[in-house]
Ligand binder design. Structure first.
Ligand SMILES: [Mg+2]
Length: 378
């Protein structure tokens, strides 16, 4: 099961409609498809989703992985990832000082290694990690829209689709946010409501906004203030507001998970495979949160169904999983996963038992997304 080749394909995927969040409006996304082939001809797939970094810079970093893993056994994932982090740059600076960048870049390699190993031995990744604790993973209804009317209409549709947790991006103007939250609360009745300002507020603004929005019965506010401000800002906010707080951008690595959880500032970690560097990094962060009786909630970046499948494999064996997890592929005009059907039914997706990460790629869709990247059809 030695690795014969690794191929990197940058893809551009257009959104069905502009994706509106605190950072602006996105018309589409760039991901990097990672293909690993063994000497036996098994091909595994992963993806790097460089939402927080320049795709071209991340692609350049990934070029250094090839000489590290060619000829090595796909059964040695821990050792290969260690070598990739410490050797592929010719020095140790990236892994020692900037592990967040390494995690963003190399998550796709880790996912592809797991997919390749699973396919090589005919087992789903969750089985290789000790098995699944649950048959399904639960997801929230992710509200989309630009105007308050669009947002309220979509929120109402998500309730009709069976979602128990409704999730809204805020962090626009304070006036818009209050109008949107009010309209969504009206549209979803007594369903659970979570909001995410994506670090848009400073501490005082967050204190004011959370006091104003608390009357709409918020279940959770995610990363209201800058991640760089760390646990002290989140703790100060917690002391002034009764709404539970989640940390998202504050936590990429185990050390950050420990610092944030031990501070007592947050009630939930929302974190994804691209922040943690893959499935094993996510499991490490989840294990730390578990010590503090804190659940983890899979959260997405700009990604395809590959990450949805990998997230389900990772989450299925975690005892402290939350039930408001996130998928992002549904924003795309065309996903690159052919099967399984990744549309949640009553908010749930069955854990895949197919070998590897459990999906089959739509090669034609990959071809179109690759062509779109090279033509820069943005
Ligand atoms: Mg978030």
């Amino acid at each position: 099961m030695k690795i014969k080749d690794i191929r990197l394909k940058p893809l551009f995927s257009k959104f069905k409609k502009p994706y509106v969040w605190a950072m602006g409006k996105n018309l589409g996304q760039i991901t990097i498809l990672v293909e690993i082939e063994t000497e036996e001809g098994i091909i595994g797939y992963g993806e790097t989703a460089p939402t927080f970094a320049s795709p071209e810079a991340i692609y350049s970093i990934l070029q250094n992985v090839k000489p590290v893993i060619i000829g090595q056994s796909v059964t040695q994932i821990l050792d290969l990832m260690k070598k990739i982090f410490t050797n592929s740059f010719g020095h140790h600076y990236l892994s020692q000082s900037h592990p967040r960048i390494g995690n963003i870049a190399f998550a796709g390699i880790e996912l592809a290694l797991w997919d390749t190993l699973g396919k090589s031995v005919g087992l789903p990744v969750h089985a290789l990690l000790g098995g699944k604790l649950n048959e399904t993973v639960s997801f929230m209804g992710f509200v989309q829209g630009d105007t308050t009317e669009e947002i309220a209409t979509h929120a109402n549709q998500l309730v009709k689709d069976g979602y128990e947790v409704i999730y809204l991006k805020v962090g626009r103007t304070n006036k818009q946010d209050i109008a949107n939250v009010k309209a969504v609360r009206k549209a979803i009745g007594s369903k659970r409501l979570r909001i995410d300002p994506n670090e848009a507020w400073d501490l005082m603004e967050a204190q004011i906004m959370m006091q104003r929005l608390a009357k709409f019965d918020l279940e959770m506010v995610e990363q209201p203030v800058s991640a760089i401000a760390g646990a002290p800002a989140l703790k100060a906010l917690k002391q002034s507001c009764s709404v539970p707080i989640a940390a998202d951008q504050s936590v990429f690595i185990p050390e950050e998970a420990h610092a944030i959880c031990s501070s007592g500032a947050v009630s939930l970690l929302t974190v994804g495979l691209h922040e943690t560097g893959g499935i094993l990094g996510f499991r490490r962060v989840a294990a730390i949160a578990h010590i503090f009786d804190i659940n983890v909630c899979i959260h997405g970046v700009l990604e395809t169904g590959i990450t949805t499948c990998a997230s389900i494999q990772a989450a299925s064996g975690v005892p402290n999983m939350d039930d408001g997890n996130q998928i992002m592929w549904q924003l795309l005009e065309e996903d690159i996963v052919e099967t399984p059907d990744l549309i949640p039914r009553a908010g749930k997706i069955l854990v895949m038992d197919n070998p590897g990460l459990g999906f089959i790629l739509n090669e034609d869709a990959v071809g179109r997304a690759s062509e779109a990247y090279h033509k820069k059809k943005i």
